[in-house]
Design a binder for this molecule. Structure first.
Ligand code: PDD
Length: 283
């Protein structure tokens, strides 16, 4: 695979030459935000929604975007076109920049850093999609701004690592008794044909895939309820799955070693998986 091309602060540069300041606030304070966009058949899916969320995340963190969002979007498209990739992800990151000595206070004249990387997509393995994922629950000790797509992801990384070390595929965050989301995906479950997921707010990321899947479910006549539920309630669910830009719709068949429903991907999940696969390719 050839070296990915990077867009960095207005220029297209080879990956090995794309460097940022050692005191960039992204490195020092995780003072930055990001987006991941999936490209199918050369066409970015939900590009506007991702850049709109980037703008919202920037506003929450009082982080000035280095260029109007439309300019950043145009740069993302240019990067994709130069990469020649058809099945790809575009990673976008903006930080409050560097170039001044470390200081918690925001710099008076921030020089934000923006970069984007287009890479070959790595969708979930067909074998994993076929059998379904197993999750372990972990206490959700993250901060209270999970709706902001911040690059401060240590507890997400730790949760994923713990899941892998436990022989599972991913972690499911539980705040108090309430199930919130997975380490890098939203979580949904089905009881008696009704689809439930945690409502939007400060405890989950307002996933773009989540929104698309809820719309698809409503289109398919599947009842949708956005309401918190506990681990105990979840133990009685018939089906479960996670949703995300890179995860797509992935069945969940075991949680903490116990089967979800029949222990096999369920019919509502499979239906939404198919509908999602068609929607991202514009069908
Ligand atoms: N993660 N929840 C969390 C904590 C996430 O990190 C993500 C996405 C999602 C799903 O959001 P969306 O459907 O908009 O991708 C939910 C990205 C893909 C990542 O960190 O790589």
């Amino acid at each position: 695979m050839s070296e990915p091309l990077v867009y960095l602060n207005g220029r297209f540069v080879p990956h090995s030459e794309a460097t940022v300041h050692v005191e960039d606030r992204g490195l020092l304070f995780a003072d930055g935000i990001y987006e991941v966009v999936r490209v199918y058949g050369g066409r970015p899916f939900a590009l506007d929604e991702h850049f709109h969320r980037l703008e919202r995340s920037a506003a929450y963190m009082r982080l000035p975007l280095p260029a109007p969002v439309d300019e950043l979007k145009t740069a993302a498209l240019e990067l994709l076109s130069r990469s020649g990739l058809q099945e790809a992800t575009i990673y976008v990151q903006v930080t409050r920049g560097g170039g001044v000595p470390r200081n918690h206070a925001f710099p008076k004249e921030p020089r934000p850093t923006v970069f984007m990387i287009a890479r070959e997509a790595r969708p979930p393995a067909p074998e994993l999609k076929e059998r379904g994922a197993s999750l372990i629950t972990v206490p959700d000790r993250r901060w209270h701004l999970c709706h902001v797509k911040s690059i401060g992801l240590f507890l997400n990384c730790l949760a994923k690592q713990e899941a892998l070390e436990a022989g599972a595929d991913d972690a499911l965050f539980v705040r108090g008794a309430v199930v919130t989301e997975a380490s890098s995906a939203n979580f949904m479950a089905v009881w008696g044909g009704e689809l439930r997921t945690h409502p939007e707010g400060e405890w989950i990321l307002s996933g773009i895939t989540r929104q698309v899947v809820l719309t698809l479910a409503r289109e398919a006549g599947i009842p949708v309820v956005e309401r918190p539920f506990t681990v105990e309630e979840l133990s009685l669910a018939d089906e479960a799955f996670i949703t995300g830009t890179t995860t797509e719709v992935l069945p969940v068949v075991r949680i903490d070693g116990r089967p979800v429903g029949s222990g096999r991907p369920g019919p509502v999940t499979r239906r939404l998986e198919e509908m999602y696969a068609a929607r991202v390719r514009g069908r």
